[in-house]
Write a protein that binds this ligand. Sequence first.
Ligand code: NAD
Ligand code: AHE
Ligand code: ZN
Length: 370
Amino acid sequence: MRTKAAVAVAAGQPLEIMEVNLEGPRAGEVLVEIKATGLCHTDEFTRSGDDPEGIFPAILGHEGAGVVVEVGEGVTSLEVGDHVIPLYTPECRECEYCLNPKTNLCQSIRTTQGAGLLPDGTTRFSMLDGTPIHHYMGCSTFANHTVVPEIALAKVRKDAPFDKICYIGCGVTTGIGAVINTAKVEIGSRAIVFGLGGIGLNVIQGLRLAGADQIVGVDLNDSKVEMGTHFGMTDFVNPSKVEGDLVAHLVELTGGGADYTFDATGNVQVMRTALEAAHKGWGESIIIGVAPAGAEISTRPFQLVTGRSWRGTAFGGASGRTDVPKIVDWYMDGKIEIDPMITHKLSLDEINHGFELMHEGKSIRAVVEY
Ligand code: NAD
Ligand code: AHE
Ligand code: ZN
C-alpha cells in the first residue's frame, strides 16, 4: 500500500512530507493506522544528527496511538480494530530481561530495532523510487500507517481519545514511571526536577501522585512556571537568576539536598548539578534526558562515596504491554491529567513547525493528528 509520511531524509534537514510504499505485515507483525502522534525531544535529537544511532532516511516518531488494520501470520494477542499504542521498549515476556523484574529493557529485538529494521532484518517502508526507508525505535509514528512487531504494541481501551493517549507512548509514562517505578519515591519526599518540558512536567505529576512534600522545578524558561505549578511544583528556580552556586542554592532550598532529583534536559552539566543537589547519605539522582553523541557525565567520585546514587531510566521503567493500558485507565479515571500538556495540534504537513515550537520553548507537546 501507499501511505503519507514525514521522512527524515538526512541529518539536520527538515522532515519531508511524501507518499511512501508500505509492505504488509509479515509473521509476528501488525499493520497499524496511526491516528495521532506526539513530538518528543528524542525525535528532534535524532533528526538533528545528535543521535549516534541515527540512520537516514528514516520515518521518526515514537509517541503514537492508532488502530490495528491487519495482522500477520501467528499474531494471537491482537485483532483488526483493536486500539493500540506502539512501544519503543517492547515486552516479549520471554527474554532474560523480561524475566528479570529488575528491568523493563526487553532485548529480544533491540539489535534490529537500533538498526532501523524489523526483527527479520528488513524494512517495510520505501520511497516511491524504491529507496528503502528505515524504521525508528520500532515505531515510526510519523507515518499514517506503520508496521510494528506484535510484542511492541499495547492494546488499550477503545473509548480513550487518540490525540491524548498517544502521549502515554512516551512522555507521560516516562515521567510518571521514573518516579514510581525507577525512584520508587516515598510519601513526604523532597524532589528536584530539572527541565519542565514534556517529560519533566510528568515527573512533577508523578511526584504529586507519590505524595512528595516538596517539588522544586528548575528551568531556564520562566514561562514554564504556570504549568509546573498546575501539576504540583512547590518551588521554582531559574538557574540564570541564581547568584552564586546553583548546587548550594538548591541544597539550601531543600534543607540539605533532595531525596530524589531528576534530569529531564539531556544536558550533561545539568545532570552533574542534579547529582550534586541530591542529599548526602541517601539522595538518588535519576537521569532521563538523552545526551548527544560524545557527551559524557562527570562528578567527583566523593559525591558517590558520600552516599548519593546516580541512576537512569528508559520509558520510566515501564513494561509497556502490561503497564500502558493501566496508565490509559488512570487518565480516563481522572487520576492523571494529560490535556493541558497538549499545547498544540498540527496536521502532518505542519510537523516541522512542531519542532520550531519545541526549540522556541512554546510547546509542551505538539500532537499531529492524521
Ligand atoms: P522538552 O524540549 O519538552 O523540554 C526540555 C526542557 O528543559 C525545556 O523546558 C527547557 O527549557 C529545559 N532546559 C533546557 N536546558 C536547560 C538547562 N540547562 N537547565 C534547566 N532547564 C533546561 O523535552 P522533553 O520532550 O521533555 O525531553 C526531555 C529530555 O528527555 C530529552 O533529552 C529527551 O530526549 C529525553 N527523553 C528520555 C526518555 C527516556 O526514556 N529516558 C524518554 C523521553 C524523553
Ligand atoms: N540512541 C541514543 C539513545 C536514545 C535513548 O536513550 N533512548 C531512550 C528512549 S528516549 C524516548 O524519548 C531508550 O529507551 N533507551 C534505551 C534503549 O535501549 O535505547 C544513543 O545515545 O545511542
Ligand atoms: Zn520520547
